[in-house]
Structures are given as structure tokens and as C-alpha cells.
Design a protein around this ligand. Structure first.
Ligand code: CP
Ligand code: NVA
Length: 305
């Protein structure tokens, strides 16, 4: 790996990302082989937003590699208010061998990585969720056997999760179709990067306001919350905008017969997805959750070893 911080999928080549997926597959198959891989190393877990999966998977993951974690809640650090990002980085690098951070602005994780001499792993920002995308493509490859040439449809709000899925799809040669309402589509920067880099792997990008067009013949149908953490005040207004983008049985039927349903979770049943889809045999949402553990063990290993 040329880079020792895991901030965005964009920093990594297709070969590096495929290596991480292969390593994650191996760790999942033979976890005992890696039980001392990060022996005695400590990872700080900085959370400025709530979490179930990210917290548990990093905490359990570092322990399974022989290391330890220290959980730092939003109230504890009060990043940027009680203490600057610079000072937090300079303190933590004296005591831990890695920092995982979940926060708001992406610039905060970039600054943390710039100031800290130890590896920094992005556990979600307003811009991206790269660990989620790695777990998701690990999941897709497990179920489909391959990635190249598949079509992933993402329906709903273009957000941190869809950004990282777009970047990873471009790197893995997966076609992407985004079905989002006007005003909630990927930014020009994310779109241009995905199109340009996707050309190198044969990945194409469709952005449409029509959810049915996005889902047509898809191998994977993915959705996420209509209001992300930090957008709670907009949640009610967003429900009306996104209602036509609900992934229900009617919409899901437009995908391929063996399509997977995916969601990073937490899900809002009855909003972005209905029970008959998320609880159907097509749904692999708990495989995604489990694969956070294996994918992040691979990421921690490569960054912290
Ligand atoms: N998918 C995900 O990151 O879940 P948490 O917010 O619970 O960590
Ligand atoms: N887009 C969601 C993802 C949660 C894991 C959020 O940022 O709240």
C-alpha cells in the first residue's frame, strides 16, 4: 500500500482495493491465522456521531487481531471545541498506533491524517463511508462470484454511502445507476471522478431522476436513509421528496431475478425500504454488517502493521 491512511476509496488503485478484498476473504476464512497480527497495538475510536456496526466491528476486529481499542464518545473529546484537531492528533499519536474517526466534515479526517503520525481510518464523514463500501463489495463478490460487469443501482439520497459506492464501483469495473430526485444527486466532482476513473475499468455511470430506470436489470439494488446523521431537522420534509424512491416489491421487481438487496443500515422500514424487500431472500443486509468486521480487519492490518 502506498498510502497509510484509509480516508477515501479514491486514494487507492484497483489492485490495492482488490488486494484488500482478497485479504478480507482470507481473514474471514481463517481468522486464527491473524490472531496476533496486531498484537499489543491500540486503536483509538473517535465518534462524533452515533454508531452500532462501526463501533462494534472495529472494537471486535482489533481484539481479534491481538490489539485493543479505546472508545471516545462525542461528549468526551468534543473535537474542535474542547480541543483542536491538531492537539488531539498530537496527543493520540503518543499513545495509540491507529485512529479511527467518525465525524461530520471530511476535512476533519484529512486534518487528523495530516497531523497524526499514526494511520487514520475514516469511519464515516458527511462525504464518504469507505469502510462500508469495502464491506459491500466483499459481500457482492461473495454472492455473485465476481464484480466486473455487474450493475449496481442506488436509489434515494446521494450521500456519503453512495459516494463511496460510486468510487469503489469505478475501481472494480461495476456499472452504477443512481436514481435520485433533482437536488439530491451526486455532486459534479463525484460524478466526474466516477466517470473518468470508471473508463479505465469499463464501469459506466447513469444518473436519473427515475428510480425504475435506475433499477432496470440491476444485479444489486441499494438504498440508504433519506436523512443522514446531521440532517435530522430535514427528515420530515425529505419524506415527501423521497417517497417515490422507496425500494418496495414493485420497484425491486424491475431488477434482475437474482438481484441482491443491500442497505448499510440502520434502515427505516416503511420509508426507504419496505419489510417485504429487506426481509426477502434477496436481502443481504446482515452479510454486509458482518463483512464490516472482515473488511476492516484487512484495512487495519494493511494500515497498522
Ligand atoms: N452502517 C453503519 O456504518 O452503521 P453504524 O452507523 O451503526 O456504524
Ligand atoms: N448515510 C447515513 C449512513 C449511516 C451509516 C448517515 O450518514 O447517517
Amino acid at each position: 500500500m502506498r498510502v497509510s491512511d484509509f480516508l477515501t476509496i479514491r486514494d487507492f488503485t484497483s489492485q490495492e482495493l482488490l488486494h484488500l478484498l482478497d485479504l478480507a476473504r482470507d481473514i474471514k476464512a481463517t481468522p486464527a491465522q491473524y490472531q496476533d497480527a496486531l498484537k499489543g497495538k491500540t486503536l483509538a475510536l473517535i465518534f462524533e456521531k452515533p454508531s452500532l456496526r462501526t463501533r462494534v466491528s472495529f472494537d471486535v476486529g482489533i481484539q481479534q487481531l491481538g490489539g485493543f481499542s479505546v472508545y471516545l464518545s462525542p461528549a468526551e473529546i468534543n473535537l474542535g471545541k474542547r480541543e483542536s484537531v491538531f492537539d488531539v492528533a498530537k496527543n493520540l499519536e503518543r499513545m495509540v498506533q491507529g485512529i479511527m474517526i467518525r465525524t461530520f466534515g471530511h476535512d476533519i479526517v484529512e486534518k487528523m491524517a495530516e497531523y497524526a503520525s499514526v494511520p487514520v481510518i475514516n469511519g464515516l464523514t458527511d462525504f464518504s463511508h469507505p469502510c462500508q463500501a469495502m464491506a459491500d463489495f466483499l459481500t457482492i463478490r461473495e454472492h455473485k462470484g465476481t464484480l466486473e460487469g455487474l450493475k449496481l443501482a442506488y436509489v434515494g439520497d446521494s450521500n456519503n454511502v453512495s459516494n463511496s459506492l460510486m468510487f469503489a464501483a469505478a475501481r472494480f469495473g461495476v456499472h452504477v445507476a443512481i436514481g435520485s430526485p433533482a437536488g439530491y444527486q451526486p455532486t459534479a466532482d463525484v460524478t466526474a471522478w466516477t466517470r473518468d476513473e470508471g473508463r479505465k475499468t469499463g464501469s459506466t455511470l447513469l444518473i436519473t431522476t427515475d428510480p425504475a430506470e435506475a433499477v432496470e436489470d440491476a444485479d444489486v439494488v441499494y438504498t440508504d436513509t433519506w436523512a443522514s446523521m446531521g440532517q435530522e431537522a430535514e427528515a420530515y420534509a425529505r419524506k415527501a421528496v423521497f417517497r417515490p424512491y422507496q425500494v418496495n416489491a414493485h420497484l425491486f421487481r424491475k431488477a434482475k431475478k437474482d438481484a441482491l438487496f443491500m442497505h448499510c443500515l440502520p434502515a427505516h422500514r416503511g420509508d426507504e425500504v419496505t419489510d417485504d424487500v429487506i426481509d426477502s431472500p434477496h436481502s443481504v443486509v446482515f452479510d454486509e454488517a458482518e463483512n464490516r468486521l472482515h473488511a476492516q480487519k484487512a484495512i487495519m492490518l494493511e494500515m497498522m502493521k
